[in-house]
Design a protein around this ligand. Structure first.
Ligand SMILES: Cc1cc2nc3c(=O)[nH]c(=O)nc-3n(C[C@H](O)[C@H](O)[C@H](O)COP(=O)(O)O)c2cc1C
Length: 189
């Protein structure tokens, strides 16, 4: 970090709780991305466990801005200008958006995944660690359902991630959403 700072590189960390945000500031991060429980994919929690880190963004932002002095970037479930304005109003200095951009023309996500996002309703996402061994929010599919009873037994990240890699890439090549984790599982990877 010292070397990066010497080169005037801005450092941005991630956090999912107030405690983690405070640690980011103490460690010397210039800004912190607060990932609410709404966020798609993995989140960067590093002190608190999955259950403790499930704070919604709307309640998270005010508590974090009251406890740190570095700029807070809000992330999780922000899809348009309304989410952006709400985050700024709550005290964030900016927002980070992930899922919304997965569906862009420029995005390298698989077309099956883009369609799944565009067609999904608000009740179709869930948390799973079946794909990577780390909890992540994704759209429910056959793999998540089939693995549900083994969820807590699968090895931690990155072992499980490696074990499911072939499954994910094969399904990606077959345009089969049943066993894909994210649209980033491209066959050519
Ligand atoms: C496919 C995908 C993979 C992600 N992987 C990571 C990751 O490895 N580490 C991380 O801290 N956040 C990860 N994120 C979360 C984003 O950094 C961001 O917090 C999140 O996308 C914001 O919520 P939104 O998707 O609702 O806009 C990922 C998001 C997506 C959609």
């Amino acid at each position: 970090m010292d070397e990066l700072k010497q080169h005037n590189i801005t450092l941005i960390g991630t956090a999912t709780t107030v405690r983690e945000a405070v640690e980011n500031e103490k460690a010397g991060m210039d800004m912190v991305v607060m990932q609410g429980s709404e966020a798609g994919g993995h989140r960067g929690n590093f002190i608190d466990g999955h259950q403790e880190s499930l704070v919604g963004l709307m309640s998270l932002i005010p508590q974090v801005v009251d406890n740190v002095s570095i700029p807070v970037i809000a992330a999780g479930g922000i899809m348009d200008g309304r989410g952006l304005m709400a985050s700024l109003f709550l005290g964030a200095q900016g927002v980070q958006m992930g899922t919304a951009f997965l569906t862009c023309i420029e995005s390298g996500a698989h077309k099956v995944h883009k369609e799944a996002i565009l067609n999904a309703t608000e009740d179709q996402t869930t948390y799973t660690r079946a794909f990577s061994g780390k909890w992540a929010r994704g759209i429910k599919n056959k793999f998540i359902a089939d693995m549900l009873e083994h969820e807590l037994l699968v090895p931690d990240f990155p072992v499980q991630n490696l074990l499911t890699q072939v499954i994910r890439k094969t399904c990606s090549g077959q345009n089969n959403q049943d066993f894909m984790s994210s649209g980033l599982d491209r066959v050519q990877d």
